[in-house]
Each structure stands twice: as structure tokens, then as C-alpha cells.
Design a protein around this ligand. Structure first.
Ligand SMILES: C[S@@+](CC[C@H](N)C(=O)[O-])C[C@H]1O[C@@H](n2cnc3c(N)ncnc32)[C@H](O)[C@@H]1O
Length: 280
């Protein structure tokens, strides 16, 4: 697998920095604390897109007895679920989890406060969100504070879905992804879509350093057609250092992209892919 979509300090995988420790903390403070200086911002760009797409997908369920769920893959601490279903911005989440007053709290104290915080900000049009991430402490936190309706830690790169995840996938109508495009491959998407029982759409923000084509091909075999918004790219985060900048420039060029004005200027950029059934 290619490596981290977020950033890193010490270790490096295929030229990209990574620091897995912040994915597996008991609460989101380390995650936001480490990513703040790198200005990790892709969930902010995805927020209006996922909200609009979720609303359009939900309209398909009109008249059906049960609403379909969103499955956020590589969901970590439930950040996309927080932004989708609450009156909240990514900037507010950074402020919250890096505030000096919250650094001395226990995880239990923070979770109790977060539960109240998200309940107060819950949107009336909130949709059910399931989360999938191999980082068990992160998804458990998201579940505990009410951001996720169900959480799964299956690694679909390594094996098939558990019976519990299979059952949940029958309810899923939209799969979302930010920051995970270099971790998961067509293997994960194939495993997910093999278990689908409703029309499933996919909305994904993927780094320009990674090819999404194998996933697009897997989606085609499940009847999904993918469109790429070529009008713009979405800044993801600053590079950790010059070595990482050089890696990204080379990786983008190798995939036929032009890093001028984007990666050359010091940040990873993502592309937006939307996949929907060929027939409604
Ligand atoms: C960069 S974080 C993205 C978190 C969140 N989506 C965001 O944008 O803030 C990448 C996440 O992918 C998760 N991950 C890595 N390998 C995975 C796999 N095989 N299946 C599911 N999640 C995985 C990591 O645990 C981590 O939480």
C-alpha cells in the first residue's frame, strides 16, 4: 500500500510521510494537533459535496420504508460524519481539539463533552452514517460520541467482510472517502459493492499522486459509471518537507498530471470522483 494521505513526521512510505500513531489514539486530539500545522483541509472541501450527494441519494429512497445509510470509508474519528450531520466546520473542530483547555482532560471527560456538543449541533436533515476504519480506537470514539450509527474495523484489503459488516452493507446507499485513497484499493471497493443490496453511489476525494483507475474499473463491473471533475483540484495539506514535495511532483507527473501551480507550490491536491449507476 502506498502510504498516508494526511502527513507525517518520522516514517516514510513510498516517498510520502506517514504517522500512524495519530490514527490510533483514544480520541481526536493528537490527530488535529498534528495536522493543524499541515493545514489538512480535505474534509472541509468534501463537506458541501457529501451533503449535496447524500441529499440526492436520499431522494431515491423516497417512499421506501427505510432510509439508506452513508458509509464513510477510512472514517477515522468520524470527521466527515461530524461535518455532514452537524452545524459545524472543520475550522471549529481544529479549534476544539487543539484548545489548551482540552489538552488536560481525560478521554472520558472529552467524550462526555463531545456527546453534548454534537447533540446540540445535530442537523434536522441528518442521515445515518456507518464508519469503516482499521483504527479501532478512532471508530470507537466516533461511535461513543454519537457521530456514527455503526462502526466496523474490517480490513478489506486483507480479507472478506465480517457477517456484521455484510448485513450493514445491505443498508448502504452512498460510500464517501477522504484521505484514504492511498490506503485502500479496488479490493476494498469490490468487497463493499459485492455486498450491496441497494443502488450505491460513491463520492471520493483522492490525491493526484495516486491512480484511481483500478477502483473505477472495479466500479464499472458493479454497474457504476465514474465522472471526474476536471475543472478544479482540492488542496489537501502542506508537505512535511522538501523530500515529500519532490516525491509528489514526480508521482503526479508519472500519472500524466501537471504539478505546476499545485504540488510545486507546496501542497498535495486531490481530485473529486463521483460514481453512480449507469441506469437510475
Ligand atoms: C488520512 S486518515 C483520513 C481520515 C478522515 N477520512 C479524514 O479525511 O480526516 C486515513 C485513515 O485510513 C485508515 N485506513 C488505513 N488503511 C485502511 C484500510 N485498509 N481500511 C480502512 N481504513 C484504513 C487509517 O486508519 C486512517 O484513519
Amino acid at each position: 500500500m502506498a502510504g498516508s494521505d494526511c502527513g507525517g513526521t518520522d516514517s516514510v512510505a513510498n516517498g510520502k510521510s506517514r504517522f500512524d500513531d495519530i490514527y490510533n489514539s483514544p480520541d481526536p486530539r493528537a490527530y488535529f494537533g498534528r495536522l493543524a500545522p499541515l493545514e489538512y483541509e480535505i474534509p472541509h472541501h468534501a463537506q458541501p459535496v457529501f451533503r449535496q450527494t447524500a441529499a440526492e441519494r436520499a431522494a431515491l429512497d423516497d417512499g421506501r420504508p427505510h432510509r439508506s445509510a452513508v458509509l464513510d470509508v477510512c472514517c477515522s474519528y468520524g470527521i466527515n460524519a461530524a461535518l455532514l450531520n452537524h452545524h459545524i466546520t472543520l475550522a471549529e473542530l481544529y479549534e476544539r481539539y487543539t484548545s489548551p483547555a482540552r489538552q488536560t482532560m481525560s478521554t472520558a471527560e472529552l467524550a462526555a463533552q463531545d456527546k453534548e456538543f454534537y447533540t446540540e449541533r445535530r442537523r434536522p436533515d441528518a442521515v445515518p452514517v456507518f464508519g469503516l476504519d482499521i483504527a479501532a480506537p478512532a471508530v470507537h470514539y466516533a461511535l461513543e460520541v454519537g457521530l456514527l450509527d455503526a462502526a466496523f474495523t474490517d480490513d478489506l484489503e486483507q480479507g472478506p467482510p465480517s457477517p456484521r459488516l455484510r448485513r450493514a452493507l445491505a443498508e448502504v446507499g452512498l460510500i464517501t472517502l477522504t484521505g484514504g485513497g492511498s490506503y485502500i484499493t479496488d479490493r476494498t471497493f469490490t468487497a463493499l459493492l459485492d455486498c450491496a443490496r441497494r443502488p450505491v453511489w460513491v463520492s471520493a476525494f483522492v490525491l493526484r499522486t495516486v491512480s484511481y483507475h483500478p477502483v473505477v474499473r472495479a466500479l464499472v463491473t458493479h454497474g457504476l459509471c465514474t465522472t471526474l471533475d476536471i475543472t478544479r483540484t482540492y488542496p489537501q495539506r502542506r508537505f512535511t518537507d522538501e523530500r515529500e514535495r519532490q516525491y509528489a511532483i514526480a508521482a503526479v507527473r508519472a500519472l500524466g498530471g501537471d504539478p505546476a501551480g499545485r504540488e510545486e507550490n507546496g501542497r498535495f491536491h486531490s481530485l473529486r470522483y463521483e460514481s453512480r449507476p449507469n441506469t437510475p
